[in-house]
Design a protein. Structure first.
Length: 183
């Protein structure tokens, strides 16, 4: 398996925060697809959505992923936008890149974490609760199908989540040093 960890999951699942903590612990490079796109486009995700529409943004996501793989990512933690794995071609690219980790969050957790958020175009407007429920129902099976491992994040500290990921990563890459087997 390639030496990369890819974080997927819903908005507010903690991909960016956990990604930064993981990269620091492993001394890996951190790449965030949303940040890559914003930098390349010179505008925010909200502007891209409002000026060009969602389909345009989704094409940018696929392009960013392809470019990253072309450059040959190694020792990288990739934090993906919540909708990136929905395109099957993207999911296949992620699986080839390394260990795909689904950070799973329940609706209540997502709503609490994104209560005052104004940056996610898909959650603006009326009825965020129904919107989140609807999107989660559609997306969770896709995240599960795409990921090698699923880590429930509700009620867990960032440190706890990163340790869980590193433990699994070491096992999957054959590095068993320092792993304590629990009875
Ligand atoms: C999206 C998630 C966002 C961002 C965009 C669309 C989605 O990223 O890519 O607003 O479709 O779930 P985060 O998951 O980092 O919030």
């Amino acid at each position: 398996m390639k030496q990369n960890i890819i974080l997927i999951g819903f908005m507010g699942a903690g991909k960016t925060t956990v990604g930064a903590a993981l990269a620091e612990k492993l001394q890996y490079r951190l790449v965030d697809t949303d940040a890559v796109i914003e930098e390349k486009e010179g505008r925010t995700i909200q502007s891209i959505f409002s000026e060009e529409g969602e389909e345009y943004f989704r094409n940018l996501e696929t392009k960013a992923l392809e470019e990253l793989l072309q450059k040959g990512a190694e020792q990288t933690v990739l934090a993906t936008g919540g909708g990136l794995p929905l395109r099957q071609c993207n999911g296949i690219l992620l699986q080839k890149m390394g260990l795909v980790v689904f950070l799973k969050a329940e609706k209540e957790t997502v709503l609490k974490r994104l209560e005052k958020d104004e940056k996610r175009p898909l959650l603006q407007g009326a009825g965020p609760e129904e919107r989140v429920a609807e999107l989660l129902e559609f997306r969770d099976p896709i995240y599960e199908y795409t990921a090698h491992i699923v880590i429930p994040t509700d009620g867990k500290a960032v440190d706890e989540i990163t340790e869980e990921i590193i433990r699994n990563y070491k096992i999957m890459t054959g590095d068993r040093k320092g792993i304590v087997v629990q009875a």
